[in-house]
Design a protein around this ligand. Structure first.
Ligand SMILES: NC(=O)c1ccc[n+]([C@@H]2O[C@H](COP(=O)([O-])OP(=O)(O)OC[C@H]3O[C@@H](n4cnc5c(N)ncnc54)[C@H](OP(=O)(O)O)[C@@H]3O)[C@@H](O)[C@H]2O)c1
Length: 167
């Protein structure tokens, strides 16, 4: 199975602040939706609860919590990372969609990162992505966009593949 992380980071590797995203970037929302549609998505309970309308449509929403009584409409509830990966039933890539705790717990398993780099340094961020050591990753694609009327910061979509140990 190919496990992929999909994440938007700022110039400091930050991903969130007080339980929410760092900023509203509609182009990244669209990119996230297009990339993950039709796949299983794995997330921590806190990230799930940050969604304004609950489970994301068209995808298998797998939510990890230690709470054995947790239930929510439209989601597969699991209690460990292993259980989350085993529960994924949709075709192709399984996407790890955050937040910090879940990115850290799954990072060694991830072979692809769909990375959005927001060209800004946000103050008071309190959640971060694991450090990406570029000696271990190869850039497969890279596409930069300027800020515009709807997107307040410049941003770059990148796809990274983990380099094989024997290359
Ligand atoms: N920029 C991005 O692309 C992006 C993407 C996603 C999220 N975010 C941001 O990231 C922040 C949230 O990250 P976070 O680290 O605070 O929360 P999180 O990773 O979304 O969720 C943490 C929760 O997951 C459960 N959990 C974690 N590890 C577990 C394990 N090994 N076994 C069982 N359950 C486990 C626990 O739930 P219980 O407490 O219920 O037991 C824990 O409290 C928010 O600011 C969010 O907006 C950013």
């Amino acid at each position: 199975m190919n496990y992929s992380a999909i994440v938007a980071i700022d110039r400091n590797g930050a991903i969130g602040k007080q339980g929410q995203l760092l900023c509203h970037l509609p182009a990244d929302m669209k990119h996230f939706k297009e990339t993950t549609m039709g796949h299983s998505i794995v997330m921590g309970r806190k990230t799930f609860e940050s969604f304004p309308k609950g489970a994301l449509p068209g995808r298998q929403n797998i939510v990890i919590t230690r709470n054995r009584d947790y239930a929510a409409e439209g989601v597969t509830v699991v209690h460990s990372v292993d259980e989350a990966l085993a529960a994924a039933t949709m075709e192709g890539e399984v996407f790890i969609i955050g937040g910090e705790e879940i990115y850290r717990a799954t990072f060694p398993l991830v072979n692809t990162i769909h990375l959005t780099v927001i060209d800004h340094k946000f103050k008071d961020a309190d959640a971060h992505f694991p450090r990406i050591d570029m000696r271990s990753w190869k850039i497969i694609s890279e596409e930069s966009h300027p800020a515009d009327d709807r997107n307040p910061y410049p941003y770059t979509f990148m796809t990274l593949h983990r380099k094989r140990a024997n290359r």
